[in-house]
Design a protein around this ligand. Sequence first.
Ligand code: 5GP
Length: 177
Amino acid sequence: APEREELTWELFGRAERELSEQIVASGWMPDLIIAIARGGLIPAGAIGYAIGIKAMGAMNVEFYTGVGQTLPEPVILPPLMDASELPGKKVLVVDDVADSGKTLKMVMEMLRHEGLDLGDETIAVDARSAVIYRKPRSVLTPDYCWRETDKWINFPWSALPVMTPHAQDQADVAVGS
Ligand code: 5GP
């Protein structure tokens, strides 16, 4: 099996503090944090608490269907975020990892360059990106990054099998309840 980078819950606690320190040290404080769901949700929430930001949003983007398996391009899935809150705000976009970097690149370009299509007008947003990990091949250099690795990363929130009612039945049988 290929070697993995293992992020434990304990190490994540250090990572989110150190990443938050980078953001504060840069002097650029966001008004709003957007998590790329689902991988960015837990990092974004932790950073929100660390730097005292309560205004949180999420964008649901899907790209990977398995280890190293991707769709042709990242796609935005419902529920869609309310974009009317973004104009004039400093927005921090948070994800778990910039691997190919395509997910974050798509989101950042949408926010920074093309802007958001708000019906009759298009507005560019002051946006920066933060990730826990960056891979060397990433097409985008995140503004804030904790560590670099070229390995597949195991994140604590996706390390265990997904719970299903059926799997719970099997577990109950196994412990004899
Ligand atoms: P990218 O668009 O930068 O290639 O990656 C998009 C998403 O794929 C990441 O936000 C993450 O959820 C998932 N992903 C990419 N590389 C890894 C990895 O090494 N480990 C895990 N667990 N997920 C990854």
